[in-house]
Design a binder for this molecule. Sequence first.
Ligand SMILES: *[C@@H]1O[C@H](CO)[C@@H](O)[C@H](O)[C@H]1NC(C)=O
Ligand SMILES: *[C@@H]1O[C@H](CO)[C@@H](O)[C@H](O)[C@H]1NC(C)=O
Ligand SMILES: *[C@@H]1O[C@H](CO)[C@@H](O)[C@H](O)[C@H]1NC(C)=O
Ligand SMILES: *[C@@H]1O[C@H](CO)[C@@H](O)[C@H](O)[C@H]1NC(C)=O
Ligand SMILES: *[C@@H]1O[C@H](CO)[C@@H](O)[C@H](O)[C@H]1NC(C)=O
Length: 827
Amino acid sequence: MDSLSFLTLMVVLLGLMGRCMSGPTPRLSFLTGSSGRRLTFFSSHEVSNTTTLLLSEDEETLYVGACNAVFALDVGSEDVITLRKKLDWSPSDKDLEQCSMKGKKKADCHNFIRVLQFLNSTHLYTCGTFAFSPHCTYIHLDTLKMDPSTEEGRGRCPYDPYQRNTAIVVDGELYTATMADYRGNRPVISRHLSESSRVDMKLDDALGWLEDPTFISSIFIPHDEKIYFFFREVGREYNFIDKFIVSRVSQICTSDVGGQRTLQRRWTTFAKAQLLCQAGTELPYNVIQDIVILPPAEGDPADETVFYGIFTSQWAVNSGRSAVCSFSLTDIKSVFSGNYKVLNRETLQWSTWVQEKIANPGECGLHNASDNVLRFVKENFLAEDSVRPHGRRLTMETSRHAYSRLKVQRVQAANRKHYTVLFLLTEAGFLHKAVLLQPGVHIIEEVQVFEATQLIKSLELSISKGQLYIGTSEGVLRVPTSNCSYYWTCAQCVLSRDPFCGWDPVTRICTEVTGSQSTLIQDIDGGNVEDSCNSLSSTHITRFGPSKRPSASCPAGELVSVSLNEVVRLHCPAASQLSQQLWERPNSRISADLYLQLEDGSLSFVATPTTLGHYLCLSTENHYRQTMAIYQVKQKSSTGSQTPPSYTRTWARPTTQASTRPGTHTSGTRNWPKDTESRQVETKPSLSIRNSHVTTPQLSRNRTLWTAGSGLRGAMFPDGEPVLSAPCPRFLKELVIVSVLLVICLSLLVTMTLYAVRQRCQSRTAPQTRTLTRDTDSRTSEDQEALRGNQIFNKRSCQAQNGDRAAGLVCNGSLLEYRQNLPNTPL
Ligand SMILES: *[C@@H]1O[C@H](CO)[C@@H](O)[C@H](O)[C@H]1NC(C)=O
Ligand SMILES: *[C@@H]1O[C@H](CO)[C@@H](O)[C@H](O)[C@H]1NC(C)=O
Ligand SMILES: *[C@@H]1O[C@H](CO)[C@@H](O)[C@H](O)[C@H]1NC(C)=O
Ligand SMILES: *[C@@H]1O[C@H](CO)[C@@H](O)[C@H](O)[C@H]1NC(C)=O
Ligand SMILES: *[C@@H]1O[C@H](CO)[C@@H](O)[C@H](O)[C@H]1NC(C)=O
């Protein structure tokens, strides 16, 4: 795409882009302290600013790099995380004094561990900022004792604790990407600890290799003997836009030993390319935040490797949005084997004029190459093409969550099919579990993992133990990747569409899927309850339906006594954030002129003789209906007493009360439940009442219940909010002519389109508004109140107090107030 058409598109899109987009809603939400997810927290006075997490191979020990210390935590136990060993590594008073004298804040003059890697079978290698004077050292794995000789860490670890860096050990050699000076403007990608006969390597000092980069991640691909570094930097090739950020993938060969005269001790295999997280012609998500590798499934070729990355946008019009993109290794390799742009080292300008290709930049094995070839490599290291996302589309896009870190896992479902599950950490402190499906992403759940915004956060996944570890300022938190027992009916288990969980028809529990159980009931792609759970024996199920005498099977519901002309409000819990509530009356219609269905799903109306009677609240999700509440509204016998104006019972207790007192029934209840309800039920025997009072948590009356607009399968980006925003002045300034032309030529068309789009957005957004406010993490005041009263994380600064015993704290229901956001669903 040439620069003009690129900019033209941007200008157009600034006004139009994705106004309807909002992104998928997590199906369930577990707030801090919810019993549905047992979080294990490790903290002590000594742990603060957890910067690096490293899991041992057996996943029994978690090494934690924090402020002034390295910890070895025992994570083998299900209940608690305990401290195994601790290494103190603080700068001396003299170091601190020097740091302060250089004008740095005291709080930043600690030793923040930024490199923590397994070096060999007996040692760890670690580096820290060490009061703005980076140091590195060897640590013995078993004793966690430090090698007495520390070495200078320049080029291995940043000076400034607020700068990001990345490091990886391959065959005992350390590869790093970091700022290599105190002021933080000398970026370098280098190799250290090179094996005896090899030399340490770095990027050539000449300008232009890297432009003010932020390093994100480094990944080794053994098959290619290459290390890929991911970072973002200023895209000099877009010199017509000021400070345009581009995300990059770059590569070096581990066999590189530099040239003989040209590029001595410098990379001869460095090449970089733009990573483009962009759908079609929309504004790109240009700022990479994190990226991880999903290796190919066992037995598949190495080129099936895929990288998943989180991207945000540089432009205000896109603030708060983020996207997930995937890139295939094959695409990356084909971009690196294509043409390259040419850098004029005097003007530092890039041109796309293609030199006669006398070498393949990025190719391994140029040690003995001629000076000519190496000079060519030195000028041609930016690939002409960009790496586009796999399938040419975004994996996921959302305007509700700013994602910051991710992990990925391939999960084998009960039908032996593989699904990709992403764990995404939001800036607001939620962990999302999302499964990638054909039509888009389904977010199975969100778990609140921290409350205060975290500057540094790290995420580690233990696949064999089914746990995620999150490092925050205050300590380390462990979250199980799934809790199938939370779903206690087949319908819930199937609706969750969680590849980790399946319904066992024999034991009748929702259980973890392991390779050996293919009999489990699951429907990840469709979430279709009727087809999946239908085969179950119905002997345990009490059915509604005309086949039985209504008086025997029809529960009377909650009695609601009202006076005439009083405003009645009936509440209805949501089965999930994707369900929709729906009210029905037996033998009667709920007409809009008499009834008002409120945004939280509750029903409001004025008590009159015609509105007395039975009410049924149904929840629909993915075409599956279940009864959430049954009320019987009747007139008060004694008119003298005061009645509260709103009736807020939230839960049906469908224990059968066959003999309701005579006279309490209104005419509508006679033949109940016929018509509206029974027709549905007859063909769908899964609608049933069973045990709903047994494990149902008592909902707080003040609890806000959330509904989402759409429960339709496959509706991935169902709703949106039309937001109009001002176009970016910079683009307008630079492209006045194009804009004017566009406005003149297309004004009529655009106006009409916008109008149409807005109309559509509004209608699609209508049922979603409350969910949106909630999902942008602006909690209701009650929620915030409760959260404040519920602090499990204590604020700690980096002043380590020696002598305090570290302890694991289990945040279970007994320690923390029970705060479940969503009810279990009765069936
Ligand atoms: C799973 O959920 C159940 C039901 O809410 C709860 O009792 C249990 O503690 C949870 N387990 C874990 C490991 O979170
Ligand atoms: C691991 O590396 C350390 C530091 O270089 C060295 O002392 C130790 O002998 C090495 N261990 C093995 C098993 O190679
Ligand atoms: C470079 O070439 C010389 C002979 O020309 C050879 O001995 C040497 O092994 C080569 N070096 C590498 C790293 O291939
Ligand atoms: C360390 O954590 C504290 C809060 O816990 C935070 O204010 C500070 O900025 C952190 N320091 C660094 C370097 O991240
Ligand atoms: C509900 O709200 C009322 C007043 O707003 C308050 O007094 C009461 O404690 C709250 N109840 C719960 C369970 O939060």
